[in-house]
Design a protein around this ligand. Sequence first.
Ligand SMILES: Nc1ncnc2c1ncn2[C@@H]1O[C@H](COP(=O)(O)OP(=O)(O)OP(=O)(O)O)[C@@H](O)[C@H]1O
Length: 380
Amino acid sequence: MKLNKSDIQKALATISVAGDGKNMVDAGVVKNIITFGDEVVVDLLLQTPALHIKKRAEVDVMKVIHEKVYEKAKVKVNIKVEATKKQNPNEIKGKPIPGIKNIIAVASGKGGVGKSTITSNLAVSLAKMGFKVGLLDADIYGPSGPTMFDVLNERPLSVTVDGKSKMKPIENYGVKMLSIGFFTKPNQAVIWRGPMAAKALNQMIFDADWGELDFLLVDLPPGTGDIHLSIMQSMPITGAVVVSTPQNVALIDAQKAVAMFQQENINVPVLGVVENMAYFTPEELPENKYYIFGKEGARNLANQLEVRFLGEIPLVQSIREAGDVGRPAALQENTPLADAFLETTRNVVEEVVKRNESIPPTEAIQITTMAGCSAVNKKK
Ligand SMILES: Nc1ncnc2c1ncn2[C@@H]1O[C@H](COP(=O)(O)OP(=O)(O)OP(=O)(O)O)[C@@H](O)[C@H]1O
């Protein structure tokens, strides 16, 4: 079967574009159509980077070609985004940080759902993939980074860089870390106001010798308050990951966290949702799954909010033990748990790449491809 370009064009002209009442062809969305035998490649140019709009356009194109032209046509849809300034809400705030390509904030809404555990495992998984990684433990209420990386007794040294005195992050498992916990005593209750916390964190970012980083993960405090606003308004955050358990009380707060990032004056793109403690699996019966906190709650929330579901991490005793002894579980080799963290991390990287492709590059956003990352390529 040889496909005809004008038949394809006629079929695409039956797809209407939201907003101005025009069809896809007249609205100039269809930029090019190429046919070879039973294959067709359609290039689209959209005005919005929203993932669900791109997906819908792709599905619509495939559907009309299969329904109106040839049901076995092999259709490939290439989508480019040319966002106008007004339609592109993904603006970057704060000063770009020289050498730091992507800053990922990890938030949860509710406390105790495993945000720090997920952050530390994302960090070591990224390092295992070959990326240069930093972790800023900004959880001023309960900084657990030093415990999770077994560096509780270390203190950052002062080094001189270009004539300026800077803090040198502590490094373990290929991850450079600074934590508010290095500067407070374990038994000391520190009461922070938003601007104070933001100032301390700013120093840990701008007055630290991070060197070159592909990713700086920021473990935010739980909640959605004044402190979060201060932190986010002073940092050029590339995107946010929201962690939740499948339980209703956690989901309500996770939804608030997503809403906080998407709020007009914050506008931090949400990369997606991670479901932690998705089910309990006894180590001796790895096939058995018990949905202690409910089933697929965070997955459903991600679908409902039209953000990516980044992955599910089971409730496993060894994750807790690994956190307590300061050796994140993702450091294991070829275990189902390490694979679950790797898969989730790969999805985060994919979302960062997509996000960076759909908005104009800035100093703070430069990773545009996963090429060169063997662990990512291997799994693709
Ligand atoms: N998937 C898991 N399986 C088993 N234990 C887990 C899992 N995730 C987290 N934990 C344990 O649950 C406890 C809380 O986790 P964590 O400190 O990461 O939560 P958090 O959301 O960062 O808490 P906070 O509200 O203090 O910031 C820790 O003891 C941790 O080891």
